[in-house]
Design a protein around this ligand. Sequence first.
Ligand SMILES: Cc1cc2nc3c(=O)[nH]c(=O)nc-3n(C[C@H](O)[C@H](O)[C@H](O)COP(=O)(O)OP(=O)(O)OC[C@H]3O[C@@H](n4cnc5c(N)ncnc54)[C@H](O)[C@@H]3O)c2cc1C
Length: 400
Amino acid sequence: MKVVVIGGGASGLIAAITLKEMGTDVTLIERNPKLGRKILATGNGRCNFMNVDATEYQYNHPYFVKPVFEQMSPEKTLHYFENLGITARIEDLGKTYPFSEQASSIVDVLVFEIERLGVHVIFDAKVVDLKKNQDFEITLENGEVLHADKVILATGGKAMPRSGSDGLGYTLAESFGHTLTTLFPALTKLELNSPHLKQMDGVKIQGTVELLHYGNTLQVEQGDVLFTKYGISGPTILQISRKANELLSQDQEAEIKVILVEHLDRRELSKRFQVLEHKTAYFSLIGLVHKKLILPLLSDANIHPESLLKDVPKPQMNRLIHLLYDWRFKVTGSKDFDDAQVTAGGINIQDVNPQTLESKLVAGLFFCGEILDIDGICGGYNLQWAWSSGYVAAKFASRK
Ligand SMILES: Cc1cc2nc3c(=O)[nH]c(=O)nc-3n(C[C@H](O)[C@H](O)[C@H](O)COP(=O)(O)OP(=O)(O)OC[C@H]3O[C@@H](n4cnc5c(N)ncnc54)[C@H](O)[C@@H]3O)c2cc1C
């Protein structure tokens, strides 16, 4: 029996290794001249390669993820990589990195394994067509046709298309009748509607941000927030971006609320302003918030920066205090797939068996990784899904 794995990224690499270990004749096809290109860019070059606490995927289909993790849990993944030579460094919230802090370590050990086992790899080979007659016919861009009894589609999603995952895999699956759920970029930067963005560009604060939907809080994140000339970024925003973009894709309203002085008691703040009442409004905010935020805040509170604090009418003063705890910005969009870490949406999992990851429409066709309608939060959840699902797809594809 011959199995072809299309895509030499995270999920395809583990799938090809697993198949070969199980004694299957496997060919791995990758359009790039090298394997695992996207992995090199992960975790800011450190590769947050898994998450020891990853069991729940809050965004989509917990019932689909569960049987996959029962077969290849985070614990098993950790041992798998330890056996390959990766000593893990586990950080906050279960985020797991190679001790070397180099994403290339993950690629190195996987490629070493591919070579050690003698997996047949075809590089620089873009699959442009996939059919099934007697067996699978896999057509490459150069016109060459390969045959296989089973195929694993591990072509990724649409995020970071320059790494090779440009969504072509979806087209291959659609040619068999598989459907896609709505695709949108996730774990990305958000664009905001504010006249002050240029002024605030580059300001990084430690704060709390909330995602609001018609005034109701949907998600709260704490940590670094970065204002940019187009909107807002930072780890907190990446986490929020998934839900924000989902709302926008449904033409719903999404707002970001920034809390600048969360741990400051309102009475203490009022006292501060009383003490400074003979100073200007501008001066009264120095030492409290980043200087580049002072003029935007005063503008939104409708306070002239040179007004003495004692002369600022009460409603404006109340508005300023309110803004320090609740500064809202309308989300107008996000950066596109070029900047996103993951694709939300993908192959509709209704047509895929969650135990085996085999297509319910075409016998012998398997899926793994980001191509499926599964995506996780920042923190190693997406690579964890790639390893676990790649392993499971291979386990069942190797069965006669
Ligand atoms: C900048 C960035 C940082 C990230 N950081 C993290 C992180 O720290 N932790 C984490 O868990 N996740 C992270 N992710 C997400 C994670 O990298 C992906 O979810 C994961 O790589 C998906 O694995 P995959 O195997 O499904 O797809 P990919 O890794 O995208 O691999 C797909 C492969 O298929 C090949 N291919 C595609 N189409 C064809 C075709 N037609 N013919 C032949 N070959 C084809 C591509 O060239 C590619 O090599 C990050 C993503 C990005 C973009």
